[in-house]
Design a protein around this ligand. Structure first.
Ligand code: F6P
Length: 343
C-alpha cells in the first residue's frame, strides 16, 4: 500500500515514536511505501512532502517534536481546501492516510473521511482532553516536566516565604494542572472545568500560612477562569480553529494574591517547555503501540477510526466519538484527592 502520514496541531513528545512505529511495521511487515506530509494539513493542501522509510526513521524514538513539522492549518478554513487535499492524495496514489493529531486535526480527518479519504487517526495532545482514549501520549511527559518544575519552585518558595503561581498548559481541561499539582504537593489547583474565586483562594492561603506554612505553590491551568464578576481578565486573540491564544492567567492572579494576602508572590509560566524534549518511557511505549495499531487498522480497512487506549488495551473507535466531546478532569480527583492537601 502507499500510505500518507502527517502530524497536526501543537507538537507533542512521542510524535516521532508514532511515525517510526507506523513506518517500521508498514515497510517491514506489509511492504508499504510512505509519503510524509510536511506541516500537518498545510502540507497536504500545498502538496509538500518527504519520503519516509525505515532508514529515515532511525534515531527517532527518543526525539521530541516531529520530523514532519506541524501546523494548525485547517483545510476547511482555506479556499478549496478540501478539494486540494483530495487532489494531493490522488496525485500521490495513496491508498490511505494516517493523521496524528488532537481534536482539530482529527476533526478534519473525520470530515475528509466523509469526502471519501481513507484515513486512520492517532490521538495526540499533552492536554489529555480527547474523549474515547484514557490517555494520550505526551501527557505523561508534560506532567513529569511540570512536577519537576514544581519541586524546584517549592525549595525557592520555602527559602523566601513566598507564594509562587505556576501556570501550566491545559486549554479546556486541567489534567496537567491536576496531576502535576497532586504530584508536586500544590496548595491550590485551578482548572478550566471550574471557575475559581480569587477571594476564596486567598482565604485558603491565609489559613494555610496561619498553620505555620510560609510557602505555597498555586498551580493554574492556562484555561482557568475566574467566577463571573470577581476578576477582570483580558480577552485573548483567536487562532485558525477559533481557539483563544492562552497564557498569562498566572500573571493576572499573582498580584491579586499578593495584594489581598500580603504574601510576597511570584509567577512561573512553564509554557512550551512542557511540550519540548524527549518523551518519557511511558509515552514512548504508548506512542509505539498506537503507531503499530494504526498501520494494522489501515490494513484492516478500519477507516474513519482512531486507535485508543481503553482499560490498558489498544482499541479502535469512530473518529466522530473522539472529536465530539472533551474529556475533562474528574471532580473527585480534584476535590477528594488534591483538595485533601489544600489549606
Ligand atoms: O493544545 C495543546 C496546547 O499545548 C494547549 O495547552 C495550548 O494552549 C496550546 O497547545 C498552545 O499551542 P501553540 O502555542 O503552539 O499555539
Amino acid at each position: 500500500m502507499r500510505v500518507g502520514v502527517l502530524t497536526g496541531g501543537g507538537d507533542c513528545p512521542g510524535l516521532n515514536a508514532v511515525i517510526r512505529a507506523v513506518v517500521r511495521k508498514g515497510e517491514v511487515h506489509f511492504g508499504d511505501e510512505f509519503v510524509g506530509f510536511l506541516d500537518g494539513w498545510r502540507g497536504v493542501i500545498e502538496d509538500r512532502s518527504m519520503v519516509l522509510d525505515v532508514e529515515r526513521c532511525r534515531g527517532l524514538l527518543p526525539r521530541g517534536g516531529t520530523v514532519l513539522g506541524t501546523s494548525r492549518t485547517n483545510p476547511y478554513k482555506v479556499e478549496r481546501g478540501e478539494q486540494r487535499a483530495v487532489e494531493t492524495i490522488e496525485a500521490h496514489k495513496l491508498d490511505a492516510l494516517v493523521a496524528i493529531g488532537g481534536e482539530d486535526t482529527l476533526g478534519v480527518a473525520h470530515r475528509l473521511a466523509g469526502a471519501g479519504v481513507r484515513v486512520v487517526g492517532v490521538p495526540k495532545t499533552i492536554d489529555n482532553d480527547l474523549s474515547a482514549t484514557e490517555v494520550t501520549f505526551g501527557f505523561h511527559t508534560a506532567v513529569q516536566i511540570a512536577t519537576e518544575a514544581i519541586d524546584r519552585l517549592h525549595t525557592t518558595a520555602e527559602s523566601h516565604d513566598r507564594v509562587i503561581v505556576c501556570e501550566v498548559m491545559g486549554r479546556h481541561a486541567g489534567w496537567i494542572a491536576t496531576y502535576a499539582g497532586i504530584a508536586g504537593g500544590a496548595a491550590e489547583i485551578l482548572v478550566p472545568e471550574e471557575r475559581f474565586d480569587i477571594e476564596e483562594i486567598c482565604r485558603s492561603l491565609i489559613a494555610r500560612h496561619a498553620k505555620g506554612r510560609f510557602a505555597s505553590i498555586v498551580v493554574v491551568a492556562e484555561g482557568a477562569m475566574p467566577k463571573e464578576g470577581t476578576l477582570e481578565v483580558a480577552a485573548a486573540e483567536l487562532d485558525q480553529f477559533g481557539h483563544p491564544r492562552l497564557g498569562g492567567i498566572a500573571s493576572r492572579i499573582a498580584p491579586e494574591i499578593e495584594a489581598r494576602t500580603g504574601f510576597e508572590t511570584r509567577v512561573t509560566i512553564l509554557g512550551h517547555v512542557q511540550r519540548g524534549g524527549t518523551p518519557t518511557a511511558f509515552d514512548r511505549v504508548l506512542a509505539t503501540r498506537f503507531g503499530i495499531a494504526a498501520i494494522d487498522a489501515v490494513h484492516d480497512g478500519a477507516f474513519d477510526q482512531m486507535v485508543a487506549l481503553q482499560a490498558g488495551e489498544i482499541v479502535r473507535v469512530g473518529l466522530s466519538d473522539a472529536v465530539t466531546k472533551l474529556k475533562t478532569v474528574d471532580p473527585s480527583l480534584l476535590h477528594d484527592v488534591a483538595g485533601a492537601f489544600f489549606a
